[in-house]
Write a protein of this length. Structure first.
Length: 251
């Protein structure tokens, strides 16, 4: 466990927090592999710590977006009906897999990142399949979507932003600013539940969380302010590339 303030972690928090506020992507998909590959944190602790960090970061971002009118509260609730139990299931699966060693978690995390990279690339290139029947998924589709996202987040910390934002873009007609705000608000609820489950298993480093937050709180506020003011498509392409490389490195 971390015992002192690390400026590198604060800078990572600033970087990732800005990405979260700007694109809705960056929490588990970017921070978790950085903690494993750059800082040298065990995958199980990186996942739990990232979720605790993400919960607090996205609370700030969710408040900022709600204040700015870029959230769909009803959609966030529909998603949470499936994602909350899914997160608990994912955390339980991680506990079961942890018994087989950290290497298995690295591989699963790597595959999740490659999946997220593919989804982010399709989103960045503007693909759409037009199978959504409205602006947002309804009461039948949203909880099922949330369940899948929740299991993946509880197991790997990846998916709350990268995959959900891709689904919004590919299948539905939710405006970009509102998609980001809704994703962050829902992500705050999902990450909070998953973080509590991981915390009970001792997979959270409290000092690391606090250090990351010193950078992420101003970062997510900056990103939330910028998200409706600058084009983010080139940034999404870069994120997809980083996710693919990180996933391959972990596998």
């Amino acid at each position: 466990m971390t015992t002192e303030f690390d400026p590198l972690l604060a800078l990572l928090g600033l970087f990732v927090g800005t990405l979260v506020g700007l694109t809705g992507v960056g929490g588990g998909a970017i921070l978790t592999p950085l903690l494993v590959l750059v800082v040298g944190v065990k995958p199980s602790v990186a996942i739990g710590t990232d979720l605790a960090y993400a919960a607090l970061t996205k609370m700030v971002g969710g408040w900022k977006h709600a204040h700015g009118g870029t959230t769909d509260l009803s959609l966030a609730l529909r998603l949470a009906c499936g994602s909350v139990p899914g997160a608990l299931l994912g955390s339980w699966l991680l506990t079961a897999l942890q018994a087989s060693g950290e290497d298995s978690l690295r591989h699963i995390l790597g595959f999740a990142l490659i999946l997220a990279a593919g989804a982010s690339l399709l989103r960045a290139l503007g693909f759409t399949w037009n199978i959504g029947h409205g602006e947002t998924p309804g009461w039948r589709g949203a909880p099922l979507l949330g369940l899948g996202i929740g299991v993946l987040v509880g197991l790997t910390s990846v998916g709350a932003g990268s995959l959900l934002m891709a689904v919004f873009a590919l299948l539905y007609r939710l405006p970009a600013g509102k998609a980001v705000g809704t994703d962050i608000l829902h992500g705050a609820v999902l990450a909070s539940v998953a973080a509590m489950a991981h915390g009970l298993e001792g997979r959270i480093d409290p000092i690391m969380v606090v250090t990351l937050l010193t950078g992420s709180v101003p970062g997510v506020l900056l990103g939330s302010w910028l998200c409706v003011r600058i084009p983010t498509a080139p940034l999404r392409l870069a994120i997809a590339g980083v996710l693919a490389v990180s996933g391959a490195a972990l596998i």
